[in-house]
Design a protein. Structure first.
Length: 405
C-alpha cells in the first residue's frame, strides 16, 4: 500500500499536466471540456452534440400562388360541403363572416368561387415538426356488404352496436388538455379494466348474438368495414341499411398489412386492400390469426341510406372525392383544405379543394389525410390502392391567427 499511493498521485499529476482536464476532479457539475487531440492523444474524442431544434409550427402562412393548380379546379362541390358544415363552424366567431357570406353568394361559377375563397380565406401550409411538408395520403370508402336481419345459412358473421357493459370515460371533463382522448373499459368487481380486445371478444360473440344488429357473409369484408368506419348492407329483399361508426373498444389500431409484410407473406407493394383480401382467400385457415393481430374493434349504429355518403365526424354526409379525414389536433374540422397529391398507385397529379369533415384512429400527424372516394366496388378499388405522398394547405378566415380562440 505504501508504494501504491505515490504511484497513483504521480499518474494523476502526469495526466493533469498533459492537458487531460476532464480527468481532474471538479468541485461542481459543469460542461465537459474536451482537450485538443494534439495535446492529449490518450483522451477520448468528445462527440459534437448540437442542441435539438425546436419543432416547426404546424401552420405557417402561405400565398395563393403556392397552391399547385389552384386555378384549374372547380371548387363547387367543396363549397357546398363547406357550407353544410357552417351549422357547426359558425358557433366560433371567426368563422361567422365566411359562413354568412357563403349563404349570400349567388354566382357559383368556378371562377367566382375561387375569387370568393381568395377574398374570405388565408392559406396556411401544413408543416411537420421536422420542417418537412410532405405526408401520407391514403384513401377510404363505404363498402357494400351482403347481409341478413337474422343469422342464417351464409350469414353467420355478427355486426354489433356498442356493448352495454363498455364504459367510456371522457378525460376532458377532468383534464381539458386531453379533449381528444377517451378511456374505454369494463368493470371487474370494483375495478375498471380495459375492454375486450378482438381476440378476447371472440368467445363473447355467441352469448351476445341476440344483440347483433345484422349478420353478414364475410369476416374479412366486415373487418375492412370496421377500418373504413362505415358501410352499407344489402339485404335479401334488395333494400339497404347504412352502418355508421358508433364507438370502438379502446385498443390501438394495428395494421394487418404491416403484419403480412413483416411475416414475409406479402411484399410492400402487394399489401393493398385487394392484396390482403387475395391472401385471406388463399389462406382461410389463417384468417382468424390475421384479423386478431389488430386488437381494435369498431361498433356500429344503423342509419337510413340517405345523402351523398355516410356521416363523418361532424355528423354530416361525406362528399365523394371532396371530403377528407384529418387529425383535428392540427386541422379544424369543417375547414377547406387544398390537397396536392397523386392518384392511387400512379404519378398523375390530384390537386383539388377538399373539406376536412372526418377523423380516424389511424389519421395522426400534421400532413396526413384520408381521401373519401365514395361507395361501392369502384370507390373501393381506388381507396385500396391509395398510399401517396402529398402536401396540404388549410384555408382559415382572413385575420384569424391559429392557436387563438
Amino acid at each position: 500500500m505504501s508504494r501504491f499511493f505515490p504511484a497513483l498521485i504521480a499518474l494523476l499529476a502526469l495526466f493533469t499536466m498533459s492537458g487531460c482536464s476532464q480527468i481532474a476532479p471538479k468541485p461542481e457539475p459543469q460542461a465537459e471540456v474536451c482537450p485538443a487531440p494534439a495535446t492529449c492523444p490518450a483522451c477520448p474524442v468528445c462527440p459534437v452534440v448540437e442542441p435539438p431544434k425546436p419543432a416547426e409550427k404546424p401552420l405557417q402562412p402561405a400565398e395563393w400562388n403556392e397552391l399547385p393548380d389552384w386555378n384549374g379546379d372547380d371548387p363547387g362541390a367543396a363549397f357546398a360541403a363547406f357550407l353544410s358544415g357552417c351549422r357547426s363552424l359558425e358557433k366560433q366567431a371567426h368563422w361567422k363572416p365566411a359562413c354568412a357570406s357563403a349563404r349570400e353568394l349567388t354566382d357559383k361559377s368556378a371562377a367566382a368561387l375561387r375569387a370568393w375563397f381568395e377574398a374570405q380565406f388565408q392559406p396556411w401550409a401544413l408543416v411537420n415538426p421536422d420542417g418537412s411538408r410532405n405526408g401520407l395520403i391514403t384513401g377510404y370508402y363505404e363498402p357494400i356488404l351482403k347481409g341478413s336481419r337474422q343469422k342464417a345459412r351464409g350469414y353467420t358473421v355478427p355486426v354489433f352496436g356498442p356493448p352495454e357493459d363498455m364504459i367510456v370515460v371522457e378525460l376532458a371533463e377532468l383534464y381539458p388538455e386531453l379533449k381528444h382522448l377517451r378511456l374505454r373499459g369494463r368493470l371487474e368487481g370494483r375495478k375498471l379494466v380495459p375492454y375486450y380486445s378482438r381476440v378476447e371478444w371472440e368467445p363473447q360473440e355467441s352469448k351476445r348474438s341476440p344483440e347483433a344488429l345484422l349478420w353478414v357473409d364475410d369476416p374479412i369484408d366486415l373487418f375492412f368495414m370496421q377500418i373504413q368506419g362505415s358501410g352499407q348492407v344489402q339485404l335479401a329483399d334488395g333494400s339497404r341499411v347504412r352502418l355508421n361508426y358508433a364507438d370502438q373498444n379502446g385498443h390501438p389500431y394495428r395494421s394487418i398489412g404491416r403484419w403480412l409484410i413483416d411475416k414475409g407473406e406479402l411484399k410492400t407493394e402487394q399489401a393493398s386492400m385487394q392484396g390482403i383480401k387475395a391472401w385471406a382467400k388463399a389462406n382461410p385457415a389463417r384468417l382468424t390469426e390475421l384479423l386478431n393481430t389488430n386488437p381494435r374493434l369498431v361498433f356500429f349504429r344503423e342509419l337510413p341510406v340517405t345523402g351523398s355518403g355516410p356521416q363523418g365526424a361532424m355528423g354530416l354526409a361525406l362528399t365523394p372525392e371532396r371530403s377528407v379525414a384529418v387529425d383535428p389536433r392540427h386541422v379544424p374540422l369543417g375547414a377547406p383544405i387544398w390537397l396536392a397529391t397523386t392518384k392511387p398507385n400512379s404519378t398523375q397529379t390530384l390537386n383539388r379543394l377538399m373539406v376536412g369533415q372526418d377523423t380516424g384512429g389511424a389519421i395522426r400527424g400534421v400532413v396526413r389525410a384520408d381521401f373519401y372516394w365514395g361507395s361501392g366496388t369502384a370507390a373501393g378499388n381506388q381507396a385500396g390502392k391509395m398510399r401517396q405522398q402529398g402536401h396540404m394547405w388549410v384555408l382559415l378566415p382572413r385575420g384569424y391567427q391559429p392557436g387563438t380562440p
